[in-house]
Design a binder for this molecule. Structure first.
Ligand code: NDP
Length: 325
């Protein structure tokens, strides 16, 4: 018998009009290590907008979405540590749906004390932030660290982690409401870039030294600003393109301060099952210890996905956006 489900599919790339709420066939277990999850909640990430608009390629038609949490419906023959009925969270493809099939290597049981909605909000941005501050640039006590979009989903997590590591976060935001959130999360200084000059403020705050590290998920619009804000021997970690792809640039620019420039992606830090398990265990521990507060901005019905994408791309949202099938 063929079972069906609701899902958000795109047949071509473009604006939110390409997002279609449709009925399609429910995925089936086909490989020994497959896990089929009935989604309770689905995390929305900026990467979903890149897939929708064509900034990153997907083969079409495609069901969007990279993470979710729910109850295991069935598992392949080779899966031993996860069973039907388990409450899990996962990273994978096609999570904007009632059911998602994910490889067991990217599925984790949700520990007691973390509910399904929080689990769906935690993995992608949480693992990104955690690997950024431990692997891309190892944040050290008393460092000055500049975080763009400090009130965003990833930004609010970076601010807390940087503070927990004993460093001083400077956050940029576009309005006063976001400034309050960034301050509550732990930034030492907040800069509203619509009314203040980011480079001048960073230099004033750091005695003209600049910051030890910049975490920049904004991309095109902030590239030159980030270069200017980094101190001599500093690190510029460019991890996203919310404002657009950074155009080719002259590598000699880095020699002005002997800067290190890196363009990391989470999936290269969790390529093996061991890496995924290690960082996920560390992340859940930090959350359970109360050291990382994941703020859910809004939960939308799956059928309201267009609004969720508009809010995220339109800089309306703060923290995490969630879909509910
Ligand atoms: P956010 O919640 O941070 O939303 C993006 C924020 O970026 C906005 O709220 C806005 O904050 C700021 N922004 C600045 N310019 C623009 C613009 N032109 N259009 C839209 N937003 C803009 O999103 P996420 O936390 O989901 O993602 C943040 C970044 O991190 C993205 O670039 C994403 O691709 C990247 N990322 C990278 C990963 C990786 O593996 N490398 C993994 C996860 C995320 P404000 O109004 O304050 O300017």
């Amino acid at each position: 018998m063929t079972l069906s489900m609701k899902a958000i599919q795109i047949k071509s790339t473009g604006g939110v009009e390409v997002l279609e709420y449709i009925t399609i066939e429910r995925p089936k277990i086909t490989e020994p290590m497959d896990v089929l999850v009935k989604n309770n909640f689905i995390g929305v990430n900026f990467i979903d907008t890149y897939h929708r608009s064509g900034v990153y390629n997907l083969s079409l038609p495609a069901v969007l979405g990279r993470e979710g949490a729910g109850i295991v419906e069935s598992v392949g023959d080779g899966v031993k540590d996860i069973k039907p009925g388990d409450c899990v969270a996962y990273l994978g493809a096609s999570s904007y749906a009632e059911y998602t099939k994910a490889p067991s290597s990217y599925v984790t049981k949700v520990p007691n004390g973390i509910d399904s909605r929080l689990a769906a909000a935690s993995l992608l941005q949480g693992l990104t932030s955690w690997t950024l501050v431990t692997q891309s640039y190892e944040v050290k006590k008393d460092d000055w660290v500049l975080i763009h979009a400090a009130a965003g989903g990833t930004g609010l997590l970076l601010v807390q982690l940087v503070k927990n590591l004993g460093a001083h976060a400077i956050g940029t935001v576009s309005n006063d409401e976001k400034a309050k959130l960034a301050i509550a999360a732990g930034v030492k200084h907040v800069i509203n870039y619509t009314t203040q000059n980011v480079v001048e403020e960073v230099m004033r705050i750091t005695d003209n030294q600049g910051v030890h590290a910049v975490f920049d998920g904004v991309g095109k619009d902030t590239f030159e600003i980030s270069l200017a804000c980094a101190r001599r021997l500093g690190s510029f970690i460019s991890f996203g393109n919310a404002s657009g792809i950074i155009p080719p640039f002259d590598i000699l620019k880095l020699s002005a301060k002997n800067l290190k420039l890196m363009r990391p992606t989470l999936f290269k830090y969790i390529e093996t099952e061991e890496e995924f398990k290690k960082y996920t265990a560390e992340l859940f521990t930090i959350i359970k210890e109360g050291k990382l507060d994941i703020k859910i901005w809004k939960t939308y019905k799956l059928s309201d996905v267009k609004q969720a994408h508009q809010d995220l791309e339109g800089r309306k949202s703060t923290g995490k956006l969630i879909l509910q099938p």
